[in-house]
Design a binder for this molecule. Structure first.
Ligand code: G3H
Ligand code: 13P
Ligand code: NA
Ligand code: ZN
Length: 328
């Protein structure tokens, strides 16, 4: 059944767990996530970016998610729009049946230029007004995702600021977060604590100076009823990097957000944990290995099947590690 983000995260807050939000673009990713949810008896958040809509097409995406809900009637599903660049984009997703939207007003509509605070408040409030009237949840973002090591957003082509970001922009201010929530009414708030999108987050295993988990508790204390969202939360498994390299891929040394840090984040108030890159790495590693070991294979289903299985396995691990209620 399709439920709203607010419904799901209120339950998560009450029972002290977090929910991974997985990015979806195609059939195999959606199937992998639903199977992982079935195996772990978890609710799931499926999120689609503008890039996903461009890749799959709005209608295919919508019907694939409907098929997922039909095939797994007992799994609560949130269909969330990731990084909406404008109220118009959010409105389109609501019309497509999304139960939750992100208005990312931390950047201008180009998704590259950091915006003013007033702009962020204005567009986010607009989206809250139109969404809440019909039971759709809203996630906002305050602060810019980016590396505290380099000041860069990381994603050259996708979602993320171009050029250097100041230290101020890279860490969400707790007092400003409180004002932002009061002025907009968002259900969930994405915060900047040093994570960034993509595979290249940290040049070393992160410590407190480059991954500000402690800031989460400070923000949570000011806005206890707003669900905090950690973007750029892929752990970038070294095992998958090695498999990709072993079978011809070229990925430089890099580190993601360790699972223990995500768990610390959840203990400090994070409820939604965004994961895309880990699924990409697992699927790519599995497909490279398959084709390298079976060079005569040309049925793409063989590659898609191992990719789907690798995605399912990593989603299962992420679902289980985010759920303290289940772990007891
Ligand atoms: O926000 C970034 C997500 O990983 C989505 O990436 O824009 O390439 O679909 P994308
Ligand atoms: P990763 O690139 O770390 O998977 O982050 C995904 C994300 O934040 C989507 O909004
Ligand atoms: Na999002
Ligand atoms: Zn994100």
């Amino acid at each position: 059944a399709l439920i709203s983000l607010r419904q799901l995260l209120d339950h998560a807050a009450e029972h002290d767990y977090g929910v991974p939000a997985f990015n979806v673009n195609n059939l195999e990713q959606i199937q992998a996530i639903m199977e992982a949810a079935e195996d772990t008896k978890s609710p799931v958040i499926l999120q689609a970016s503008a890039g996903a809509r461009k890749y799959a097409g709005e209608s295919y995406l919508r019907h694939m998610v409907l098929a997922a809900i039909e095939s797994h009637p007992d799994i609560p599903v949130v269909l969330h729009q990731d990084h909406g660049g404008s109220p118009a984009v959010c409105q389109m997703s609501i019309r497509s049946g999304f139960s939750s939207v992100m208005m990312d007003g931390s950047l201008e509509e180009d998704m590259k230029t950091p915006s003013s605070y007033d702009y962020n408040v204005r567009v986010t409030r607009t989206v809250c007004e139109m969404s809440h009237a019909i039971g759709v949840s809203v996630e906002g973002e305050l602060g810019c995702l980016g590396s505290l090591e380099t000041g860069e957003a990381g994603e050259e082509d996708g979602v993320g600021a171009a050029g250097k970001l100041s230290h101020d922009m890279l860490l969400t201010d707790p007092d400003q977060a409180r004002d932002f929530v009061e002025q907009t009414g968002v259900d969930a708030l994405a915060i900047a604590i040093g994570t960034s999108h993509g595979a290249y987050k940290f040049t070393r295993k992160p410590s407190g100076d480059i991954l500000a988990i402690d800031r989460i508790a400070q923000i949570h204390a000011r806005i206890p009823d707003t669900h905090l969202v950690m973007h750029g939360s892929s752990s970038v498994p070294q095992e998958w990097l090695e498999i990709i390299r072993q079978y011809g891929g070229d990925i430089k040394e890099t580190y993601g957000v360790p699972v223990e840090e995500i768990q610390r984040g959840i203990r400090n108030g994070v409820r939604k944990v965004n994961i895309d890159t880990d699924i990409r790495l697992a699927m790519t590693g599995a497909m490279r290995e398959l084709f390298a070991k079976q060079p005569s294979e040309f049925d793409p289903r063989k590659a898609f099947a191992v990719a789907r299985q690798a995605a399912r396995d990593i989603c299962k691990v992420r679902l289980l590690s985010a759920d303290f209620a289940r772990l007891g």
